[in-house]
Design a protein. Structure first.
Lengths: 115, 111
């Protein structure tokens, strides 16, 4: 079974609107971390936001917020006020167990922002 | 501040030739180091990770090997490249209280 599932291969959003990118995860470990990365066409992986399994509040970083629903095992990324520069691949990833373990990635969602 | 360097940025190699990709980290000590590969249009697949000098764990048996000769140096190698080794290779590091930071990647094309 997949550990990280991103069901949206591609998404379109109008500039200045908000968009939600879905991510569900599967783990039996009570301690885990969830990450979102942005990958523009240049290929670099840019860290966006992190949510720990014991964090009580949803993580926010500027225009990025993570809608963490632990019981549903979902960690959706919300981008507010989309910009043309947000067009990129977005990957959800999970780290299970110990603090420096391997990151397991989803297959990604390609976001296209329309002017 | 911590930085990660990965080179070369692009590489075109013939089938059967050797490979050596290098990754170095600055500004931290005893980091965990990782090699990932990304096939075209796909997510990242972990190839190797290392928790210390000379300690290498392989996640996927294949034509590649990794070595960590120094604390902040991680090398990905192959003795004979296959066509299926083509892809985008990313090095990453992590340390306690820090997230995972990726290098800029190497785009390898085996011809």
């Amino acid at each position: 079974a997949q550990k990280i599932t991103q069901t949206q291969p591609g998404m379109f959003v109008q500039e200045k609107e908000a968009v939600t990118l879905d991510c569900t995860y599967d783990t039996s470990d009570p301690s885990y971390g969830l990450f979102w990365y942005k990958q523009p066409s240049s290929g670099e992986m840019i860290f966006l936001i992190y949510q720990g399994s014991y964090d009580q509040q949803n993580a926010t970083e500027g225009r990025y917020s993570l809608n963490f629903q632990k019981a549903r095992k979902s960690a959706n990324l919300v981008i507010s006020a989309s910009q043309l520069g947000d067009s990129a691949m977005y990957f959800c990833a999970m780290r299970e167990g110990w603090s420096q373990g391997n990151l397991i990635f989803g297959k990604g969602t390609k976001l296209s922002v329309k002017p | 501040s911590q930085t990660i360097h990965q080179w070369p940025a692009t590489l075109v190699q013939p089938v059967g030739s050797p490979l050596s990709l290098e990754c170095t980290v600055e500004g931290t000590s005893n980091p965990n180091l990782y090699w990932y590969r990304q096939a075209a249009g796909r997510g990242l697949q972990l190839l190797f990770y290392s928790v210390g000098i000379g300690q290498i764990s392989s996640e996927v048996p294949q034509n590649l090997s990794a070595s960590r000769p120094q604390d902040r140096q991680f090398i990905l190698s192959s003795k004979k490249l296959l066509l299926s080794d083509s892809g985008f290779y990313l090095c990453a590091w992590s340390a306690r209280n820090y997230g995972y930071t990726f290098g800029s990647g190497t785009r390898l094309t085996v011809v």
